[in-house]
Design a protein around this ligand. Structure first.
Ligand code: VG1
Ligand code: CO
Length: 582
């Protein structure tokens, strides 16, 4: 039987503008008639019919609620739009970094290669019938669609009149590996279901020295704990940490992917990764017994990571700097040297100092991984990171949570190479403190004000931009608040010109730069699904090695006071405290 293609009439639906990383909305919004369909057809139209016809596309995600339905819908729309093959990870599961790896590396059973992917995730946002769903499109290089494409998709959603779907194509069983073939009006259409982890595991083995990590993990003095927060990382953690590297099964927490992430918030930070934080001896409710030497967590789609030592938190901004500083000697993939390094604007300048020391090319880009891709494609950048628990390299075009953990395990393995028989291992904390002694320390914190009234958030941002026109006025407020804070020497809205394609991105965050290198950054989140989230990033550089050991919140208290006064935070938002502090 040949499946049919139906043309369905539709109307534009408001609010389908992709944010920092795709379109994220409540499930209730996504399941409305035509909602997902409109967005998918708008994406096909933006890619152009010529590119879609005959293509091989990956469709999978972090397994959150509604993914399974969405996969069947997108498969039927792909068939109707002339796509030749759809590739689906078993049970619809593929982490965001694994999707990137699959686009770049995987060869299908018939020798085909994929040219793009729909990734079904709202990342660190909660899942379930009352929570969030999300979708984004990744391109042929394995990276998120650039703004040129996402803008086109959005324009298309505002004018869409019709979409195409093959309703009579049967649902495909995505629980079993194998190929299903169907006859369509324009020829054959295949759905290939494949193992979610093998391609990714193979890639990791080509980057890291698994043997040396295995030795570290088997040392009786090394203890380890990994928390997938019920996200898709669990599917990879078992294969890599337990099967390949010999960790105990009991080192894994929450490693069975769940549609609702066990009712939790799959965001790997000190607030939401409660169980891990307690196990590592941090936070108020520390569990009994000696904490493990090393702990890590991932977000829902496994592109984020949090790195912890025993009773010790590594800030993501420090983490990328430390990985860059140690990459060449610890990770075989980088043994010929780094091409360059990059960070997002609000990320601390710890990486800048390493780049300067090692004489590496350095780039500062707007928030969101899509900006790193061009640099990597042009061979300008090897390692990059964001303050929001994102770290990665040019092995793929997404940030990579498990890669970051393997990078840290490689550094630990290298530092302890001669040491595994000794009384005490070089710890995560030792490595970080040593780094601060060499490079200085960037005290850093981020305050998030979640679900603030959108109008109030806009007014606050507009006020801060206006204030920037008069530095004397700014400094009057600064001095009037804290006499021990240095003066603001520059204030602007961050604007980025891509050095590769020349494209310009404006309004990427408001910066106040101080004479001593301190910074205050304000921006609005682009990943929320309702209201607005204001992010305030606070940073202060301390070069004197005798002063790098202070408590971070204490060291930053004066700057925090200045930031709240300067922005009139309470006046605009009514909030006396942030929702999350990292
Ligand atoms: C946040 C982070 C940003 C990250 C983005 C996507 O964006 O700040 O650094 O790239 O999430 O990460 P925003 O616009 O809310 O600040 V993920 O793991 O949610 O795909
Ligand atoms: Co994520």
């Amino acid at each position: 039987m040949v499946f049919k293609v139906s043309r369905v009439e539709t109307k534009p639906i408001d609010g389908q503008k992709p944010g920092t990383s795709g379109l994220r909305k409540k499930v209730k919004v996504f399941i409305q008639p035509h909602y997902l369909h409109n967005f998918v057809q708008s994406t096909f139209n933006a890619l152009t019919p010529e590119k879609v016809r005959g293509a091989t596309l990956v469709v999978s995600g972090d397994g959150r609620y509604y993914s399974k339905d969405a996969i069947q819908i997108i498969t039927k729309m792909s068939a109707a739009n002339g796509v030749r093959r759809v590739w689906v990870g078993q049970n619809g599961l593929l982490s965001t970094p694994a999707v990137s790896a699959v686009i770049r590396e995987r060869v299908g059973v018939d020798g085909s290669r994929a040219s793009g992917a729909f990734i079904l995730t709202a990342s660190h946002n909660p899942g379930g019938p009352n929570e969030d769903f999300g979708i984004k499109y990744n391109m042929e290089n394995g990276g998120p669609a650039p703004e040129g494409i996402t803008d086109k998709i959005y324009e298309n959603t505002k004018t869409i009149k019709e979409y195409f779907i093959s309703e009579d194509l049967p649902d495909v069983d995505i629980s079993a590996v194998g190929v299903s073939s169907f006859a369509g009006p324009e020829g054959q259409f295949d759905v290939e279901v494949f193992d979610s982890a093998s391609d990714y595991v193979k890639l990791m083995k080509s980057i890291f020295d698994f043997e040396s990590i295995r030795k570290l993990i088997s040392s009786p003095k090394f203890t380890f704990c990994y928390d997938a927060l019920h996200g898709v990382a669990g599917a990879y953690a078992k294969r890599i940490f337990v099967e390949e590297l010999g960790a105990q099964e009991s080192s894994l927490l929450n490693c069975t992917p769940k549609e609702d992430f066990g009712g939790g918030h799959p965001d790997p930070n000190l607030t939401y990764a409660k169980e891990l934080v307690a196990r590592m001896g941090l936070g108020k409710s520390s569990s009994q017994g000696e904490p493990p030497e090393f702990g890590a967590a991932a977000d829902g789609d496994a592109d984020r990571n949090m790195i912890l030592g025993k009773r010790f938190f590594v800030t993501p901004s420090d983490s990328v700097a430390i990985i860059a500083a140690n990459a060449v000697e610890s990770i075989p993939y980088f043994s010929d040297g780094l091409k360059g390094v990059a960070r997002s604007m609000p990320t601390s300048a710890a990486l800048d100092v390493v780049a300067k020391h090692l004489n590496l090319k350095f780039f500062e880009v707007p928030t969101g991984w899509k900006f790193f891709g061009n640099l990597m494609d042009a061979g300008l950048c090897s390692v990059c990171g964001e303050e929001s628990f994102g770290t990665g390299s040019d092995h793929i075009r997404e940030k990579d949570g498990i890669w970051a953990v393997l990078a840290w395990l490689s550094i630990l393995a290298h530092k302890n190479k001669e040491n595994l028989g000794e009384e005490k291992l070089v710890s995560v904390e030792d490595i970080v403190r040593q780094h601060w002694t060499t490079y200085g320390r960037h005290y850093y914190t981020r305050y998030d004000y979640e679900n603030v009234d959108a109008g109030a958030a806009k007014e606050l941002m507009a006020y801060l931009v206006k204030l920037q026109s008069s530095l004397p006025e700014v400094n009057e407020i600064v001095k009037g608040t804290r006499s021990d804070v240095s003066k603001v020497v520059n204030a602007d809205e961050f604007e980025y010109k891509d050095p590769v394609d020349g494209s310009i991105s404006k309004h990427q965050g408001i910066r106040y730069l101080f004479e001593d290198g301190s910074r205050l950054v304000f921006r609005l989140s682009g990943t929320g699904s309702e209201g607005a989230t204001i992010r305030l990033y606070i940073e202060q550089y301390e070069k004197d090695p005798s002063k790098t050991g202070r408590d971070s919140q204490d060291a930053l208290a004066p700057l925090v006071e200045v930031a709240l006064k300067l922005s009139k935070m309470q006046e605009f938002t009514g909030r006396t405290a942030p929702t999350v502090i990292t």
